[in-house]
Design a binder for this molecule. Structure first.
Ligand code: ZN
Length: 504
């Protein structure tokens, strides 16, 4: 008696197809499992035996062999419980062979035969579709993840008895398809944080708008309580709406990590704000079976480092490569795992250890202030294009009613984004911040007088060459925000105002 069903495992953030075979033959009663199994998968044997027994099914007193193939892929996770049970039940003739054939099964089982949720159903559903498998049996709690994929049928089940009956009688209930396009539109409309909630801080809001428009990395410097984290939390409200493809790309990561909220995918751009005590592995990703870190959870969204000077310097410096490559490659003995990491970096810090420099309340010495700033100097700070101060509100600002809101900011940003899309069509980049030096020369022409002005600033502020090009890139974005083809004097002056004071 032999049977075979499909299942799938997770490697990195992608799924791979796995075949689960069961063979029941003569010989001494025993239960063998083979196929490069991790300890979690080996434990499936005990769970499956108990779950079957508690569902009133006794295994025959014969030799049972279960094989998970291909043998070259290490099988991990608890999602193989269900396919192992189904393949045995099919070999025993309890489930009709044709009812299980061609379907993919994933799910963890508890000892009483309950089918529990597992991580990674979304990438598994995507992989199943790619492989031409159109029917998936998954834990009921995970069914919504597959229901967003067109062209496949998802059946959510919660218990073994229900599954056996449903398969044999053809009465499984199909989960209704979810239109992701509609969900995304609704979530975008319902977005609740708005820059309008922030009184005053018009200068910092403007800097934020410029940074978002050109996808420039951003640094806020200001005393405690001056709104740095309020500002950064509102950045997703002015980033463009997620499209279906991006939503699936991000949700796949959250699905593998088990971080999807109940019954919904990630419908808005991520905003991740790891604490400054974070380890390099938690930030970048890694460990034995590599798992994505915060930079990958921030993919297509914002990575916010509050109290940037408090992070360990070697941890922050690990951001250099992903900032450059928009992905992170984690090498393991026999393979490389690639995690996407295309995020906007936003950092915030106090101006000095006590937080009040240059106010007279500041109790720090000049060398303490310098040492504090030194903590973030280096390769990551080099990749910050826009730097802006935040200040505590003046009394009249507290009264202010008609500040800038997300809707107005988004209108200008949309215009700038459109211009950049046309400019860089075919170049493989999308934003001004990604321009190479030769592209800067090509797309940032200045009038003779304005060139001289910038050269003067370069000398006067002891700017680095990198700083000089940053000013040009940011000036390009500022011009784009008002639809101006030429970079004008006021654009350059504004960009010089955002230069990074720490680089001098
Ligand atoms: Zn101080």
């Amino acid at each position: 008696m032999f049977s075979r069903v499909f299942s799938a495992g997770i490697s990195g953030i992608d799924a791979c197809l796995v075949c689960v075979e069961a063979d029941i033959s003569g010989g001494l009663p025993q239960f063998h499992m083979v196929g490069l199994l991790s300890s979690e998968v080996k434990e499936a044997k005990e769970r499956v035996i108990r779950a079957l027994s508690n569902s009133g099914i006794e295994l025959p007193a014969r030799k049972i062999t279960v094989n998970l193939s291909p043998a070259g892929i290490r099988k991990q996770g608890s999602g193989f419980d269900l396919p192992i049970a189904v393949s045995i039940l099919t070999a025993m003739g309890i489930i009709r062979e044709e009812a299980a054939a061609g379907r993919l099964f994933v799910g963890e089982m508890s000892l009483d035969g309950q089918i529990n949720k597992v991580n990674g159903i979304l990438p598994i559903a995507m992989k199943a579709k790619e492989e031409g498998i159109h029917s998936l049996i998954v834990p009921k709690e995970n069914a919504f993840e597959g229901a967003v994929i067109d062209g496949i049928r998802i059946f959510g089940v919660s218990g073994l008895g229900e599954l056996i009956r449903g398969l044999n009688e053809g009465t499984l209930t199909e989960t209704e398809h979810i239109s992701l396009e509609q969900e995304l539109a609704a979530a975008y409309e319902a977005g609740n944080l708005d820059f309008l909630d922030i009184k005053g801080q018009e200068k910092a809001k403007r800097a934020t708008e410029v940074a978002v428009a050109g996808f420039h990395n951003l640094l806020y410097i200001g005393p405690p309580g001056s709104g740095k984290s309020m500002l950064s939390k509102r950045i997703p409200s002015i980033l463009n709406r997620l499209d279906v493809e991006e939503c699936l790309e991000i949700s796949k990561i959250y699905s593998v990590m088990g971080l999807l909220e109940k019954d919904t995918l990630v419908l808005g751009r991520p905003f991740r704000s790891p604490h400054h005590s974070i380890t390099a592995t938690a930030l970048i990703g890694g460990n034995g079976n590599p798992r994505p870190g915060e930079i990958t959870l921030a993919h297509k969204g914002v990575l916010f480092l509050d109290e940037a000077a408090e992070f360990k310097k070697d941890v922050i410096e690990m951001l250099r490569q992903p900032l450059e490559d928009k992905q992170i490659v984690i090498s393991r003995l026999n393979r490389n795992v690639v995690f996407p990491a295309d995020f906007m970096l936003v950092m915030a810090m106090n101006p000095c250890p006590c937080g009040y420099f240059p106010d007279k309340r500041c109790s720090c010495t000049m060398s303490e202030v310098n040492r504090y700033h030194n903590r973030i100097r280096g390769p990551v700070l080099d990749r910050i294009d826009v730097c802006t101060g935040t200040s505590r509100l003046a009394p009249e600002e507290l009264e202010q009613r008609d500040g800038t809101g997300s809707v107005q900011m988004r209108e200008r940003i949309d215009l700038a984004r459109k211009i950049q899309e046309e400019r860089f069509a075919g170049y493989g980049i999308r934003f001004n911040s990604q321009m190479s030096r030769s592209q800067i020369e090509q797309y940032c022409p200045l009038e003779e007088g304005d060139r001289k002005l910038l050269d003067k600033a370069y000398a006067r502020y002891h700017m680095t060459a990198r700083g000089y090009y940053k000013v040009l890139k940011v000036a390009r974005t500022i011009a784009d925000l008002e639809g101006s083809q030429m970079i004008r004097r006021e654009h350059i002056l504004e960009a010089i105002g955002y230069r990074n004071l720490h680089e001098i």
